[in-house]
Write a protein that binds this ligand. Structure first.
Ligand code: FEO
Length: 175
């Protein structure tokens, strides 16, 4: 059985992950319109991943006899100043999610809820990986530059990252 406080905090996290999924879907669509196919594919996949993060908490709350609440999702932005601006926003959102996960961990310790504490460890690792990936992308964009001709090369870099991620996923499925 989960405490009301913990249940409420996990439901807030569901909303945050759900918003990330919609924000990244909107970003994927913007990239598509700009002709940045590699970036679009990357953001579509990130959007799917965030939906997975949301559902993982849903399933958990239900497993511990709580009531998971389907969140209202506020409208994400549809326009971005540039691809650099878009990835800066992704990074910033990921930092927000990390902070929120850390607060959940602190709460689980406070509530002496070791089951939830244990469940949250997966998110700690996931956030470390996501923040590192976004920093790598921002570093590459910085090196390539932000002139109009850079877009082609930025998109090629994202295609490479997509391939590497797909290969890693296939390996995980094999294991
Ligand atoms: Fe689920 Fe990337 O935060």
């Amino acid at each position: 059985m989960i405490s009301n406080k913990m249940e409420k905090a996990l439901n807030n996290q569901i909303a945050l992950e759900g918003y990330a999924s919609f924000l990244y879907l909107s970003m994927a669509s913007w990239c598509d319109v700009q002709g940045l196919d590699g970036c679009a594919q990357f953001m579509y996949r990130q959007s799917e991943e965030e939906r997975g993060h949301m559902l993982r908490i849903f399933n958990y709350i239900s497993e511990v006899d709580g009531h998971d609440l389907t969140p209202a999702i506020k409208q994400p932005p549809h326009q971005f100043k540039s691809i650099q601006d878009l990835f800066r926003q992704v990074y910033s959102h990921e930092q927000k999610v990390t902070k929120s996960i850390h607060e959940l961990v602190a709460l689980s310790l406070n509530e002496k809820d070791h089951t939830t504490y244990n469940f949250l460890q997966w998110y700690i690792e996931e956030q470390r990986e996501e923040e590192a990936l976004m920093r790598t992308i921002l570093d590459k964009i910085k090196i390539i530059g932000d002139g109009p001709q850079s877009l082609y090369f930025i998109d090629k870099e994202l295609e490479k990252i997509n391939k590497a991620e797909l290969a890693a996923e296939a390996k995980e499925e094999e294991a």
